[in-house]
Structures are given as C-alpha cells and as structure tokens.
Design a protein around this ligand. Sequence first.
Ligand SMILES: [Zn+2]
Length: 235
Amino acid sequence: MIRVARAALPLSLATLALFASGAAYAFEATQRQGDVTLHYQDASDAVPEGVRTRIIDTFFKAYLPQRADFHPHAASEAAIVIDPAYDGIAYVGEKAKASTITINPAWLAKHPGDTDLVTHEAMHIVQGYPEYANARVPGWLVEGIADYARDRYGVDNAAAGWALPLTVQDGQDFDTGYRVTGAFLKWSEAAWPGLVKTLDGALRSGRYTPALWQQHTGQPLPALWAAYAKARQDQ
Ligand SMILES: [Zn+2]
C-alpha cells in the first residue's frame, strides 16, 4: 500500500490519505467538530472533491444541532462510507452500523446537489431507536421525522429541488411517511411546540403509542391529520 500526499487538501481535515490499492484509489479522512468525530471513507475515490467537501460540511452543520436538540447522548463518532456496490440512495444501518451513513456514489453523480440527503441520514443516527418498522417504532414516523429534520436543519435543500409539500394529495395520510409525514409533523409542531421531541423520545425509549398524539395535541391522530388536510385545502 502506497500512501500519497495530496496537494489540495482541506486544512480542516485532521488526517487524510489517498492510497493506491491495485488500480483503484481510496480516499479517507477524519474530521472533528465539537465533540463529534466523523470518519469519511471512499474506497474507490468515487465522489469528486467539491461534493465530498459539501457532504462533510453538511454532516456537521446538521448533526451537531440535531444531536443537541434531540439526543445529546447520540453517537459522538460517526462514519460516512461511499459504497458503489449499494444500489439505493443512502442509509443508516442497525447495531454496529447505527452510526454509519452509506451513500451510493452513482446517486450523487446524477444528483450532485442532493448533499442534504446526509441531513436526513444524520437524523437517523440521532434517532438511534432500538427497533424499526413495527408498532412501537413505526417506519412511517421514523422516516417522517428524518424528513422533518432535513427541512429544519438542511443546509441547501433548494439545490436539490427538495422541499416539504404544501398540499395534500388524494390517498395520502399521516402514515404515508417521508416528506408527506414530515410536512404534517412541521405543521403539528408549529401548533403544538415540542411534539416532535416528545415523539422522538418516546420512540427511543419504547414508550411510543398513537395515544401520545392525543395526549400532546388533544386530538386523536386521524382527526389531527384531517385538520391538517383541511388547513392545506383552505390555503
Ligand atoms: Zn430514512
């Protein structure tokens, strides 16, 4: 393995290296901000420097306040792994991978403005729920909170043409997930501040039930959605 120093390295990166492995080059960097350390790995050096810099910058700009606001004990050590073998967009895994964001570089090549996908994934690290996609930790709510957080903490969502919807379409409901649920959460949070933090805490501790919505807002979840859908219609 040959380590190659690189001329145009961002000085803020604490350690980094380009090294040859057969024909492929690998890029690795470790950066720290506040009490959070990020390990960035791109085994085939697939992401261009400009996008990489924005990915790393976006991670810290999102993760530090998300963590402070929702879960100060969330991981202080995280990783971003660029993986050409992953054919989705990006994900955070479970257990040993619960603080690793894996990104498909082909997606970034096609959508170089979509660096705030890291903001959504960083929120999954903050969430750190013990389960996923069941009655105690519904997948639609986990993803809705992550998109609510992308809207709230995103660095440049406009660059990706990304926004929470301002209208409700036929067939959508509170449990549609992602942006649809994210927009519903934003509207609900504006009316009942602290709702999202309450839901997040309950999901993490295994105390989540749909009744929590009624306890916090005074309305059962389906009625709250109906009020939201009506408010959107009346705009
Ligand atoms: Zn997600």
